[in-house]
Design a protein around this ligand. Structure first.
Ligand SMILES: Nc1ncnc2c1ncn2[C@@H]1O[C@H](COP(=O)(O)OP(=O)(O)OP(=O)(O)O)[C@@H](O)[C@H]1O
Length: 304
């Protein structure tokens, strides 16, 4: 399988601390790679190093199998941090400016891109009158001008409404499936990311704490018993004492998750009810990417 990207213990040091610390990730052709991390984790810095906007302090980056990444960067399109658009120009004029700046000769490419990003009907509209979703699409359109094989998108769905998010999801899936563009995407909206990503990298304080494919994640995500109870603290004491397990977690909204008794929820239910705790809900669910990510951030399943 062909690798689009491999970083080898790549780091970025700012004055006296590492924004990115010895990160080794890999992305294969055709993947949609979701980069996950809390604010300040180092996602943008890592993306900037891959795109050639920031020089690594240490380590190496291999792009398209080439250890001299700068010779391959023309194959990357990126939108990192806020999209740089000319607010007073129209969508078409914006694309024209960048087409000329990139030295691309074919004017047709601008029309093609407008169509590709679904902005043909707004080509003469001034960008400052665009919605956030339209601006994001135009920025991605600019990134697509050079016909890239690899697209790097930093928080492309941030601030979009549910319809905008859905449009963006379909658009990215289309680029990936029909245009065969490999995509690296960072997002805080994990539920959304889990609908498109085929692989994830989780970073914390500049360090990669896990790289996992969507398939592996699906196999790893544990089934659990989720119980909504009137008194979760008391429920926890009863579970520990009577069911001899600490493999549970108290959630904030009167819910408790138990990673055992999945095949026998009745035992837990009766225990709580018989001790005067009212059980409003008792369901068997599977952990979501969000649950998994939160556990990773805390350093494992609590009480396990
Ligand atoms: N040019 C810079 N000089 C000094 N520190 C920087 C610079 N750029 C980023 N940092 C710091 O590096 C760390 C990582 O920042 P980065 O923007 O990569 O994180 P992030 O994961 O993208 O966060 P967010 O989700 O908030 O965008 C932060 O502590 C940030 O303040």
């Amino acid at each position: 399988m062909e690798y689009i990207l491999r970083t080898n213990t790549v780091s970025k040091k700012y004055t006296n601390y590492y924004a990115v610390d010895k990160v080794s990730i890999s992305i294969k052709k055709g993947e949609i790679y979701g980069l996950i991390g809390e604010n300040g984790a180092g996602k943008s810095t890592l993306m900037k190093m891959i795109a050639g906007l920031v020089e690594p302090s240490e380590g190496s980056i291999e792009l398209f199998g080439n250890f001299v990444p700068q010779t391959e960067r023309y194959r990357i399109g990126c939108v990192i941090e806020s999209p740089a658009l000319y607010a007073e120009l129209t969508a078409k004029q914006n694309l024209e400016v960048f087409r000329k700046a990139y030295g691309l000769s074919s004017k047709e490419s601008v029309q093609q891109i407008l169509k590709q990003v679904g902005l043909s009907q707004y080509e003469n509209k001034i960008v400052k009158k665009f919605s956030l979703g339209m601006k994001q699409r135009l920025a991605i359109g600019i990134a697509l001008l050079g016909n890239p094989d690899f697209l790097i998108l930093d928080e492309p769905i941030n601030g979009l409404d549910p319809t905008g998010i859905q449009d963006m999801r379909n658009f990215l899936l289309k680029l990936n499936r029909e245009e065969h563009i490999t995509i690296m995407i960072s997002s805080h909206i994990l539920g959304e990311l889990s609908k498109i990503a085929t692989k994830y990298g989780i970073i914390k304080n500049g360090k990669l704490i896990e790289e996992i494919t969507a398939k592996e994640l699906n196999e790893k995500c544990q089934c659990c018993l989720k119980i909504k109870a009137s008194d979760t603290a008391q429920a926890a004491i009863l579970i520990e004492k009577n069911l001899h397990t600490k493999n549970y977690e108290i959630l904030s909204d009167n819910n408790i998750r138990i990673f055992e008794y999945v095949d026998n929820p009745g035992i837990v239910n009766s225990l709580l009810v018989n001790h005067g705790i009212s059980v409003d809900e008792c369901t068997v669910t599977k952990e979501s990417l969000e649950d998994y990510f939160n556990e990773k951030m805390r350093g494992g399943i609590v009480n396990a």
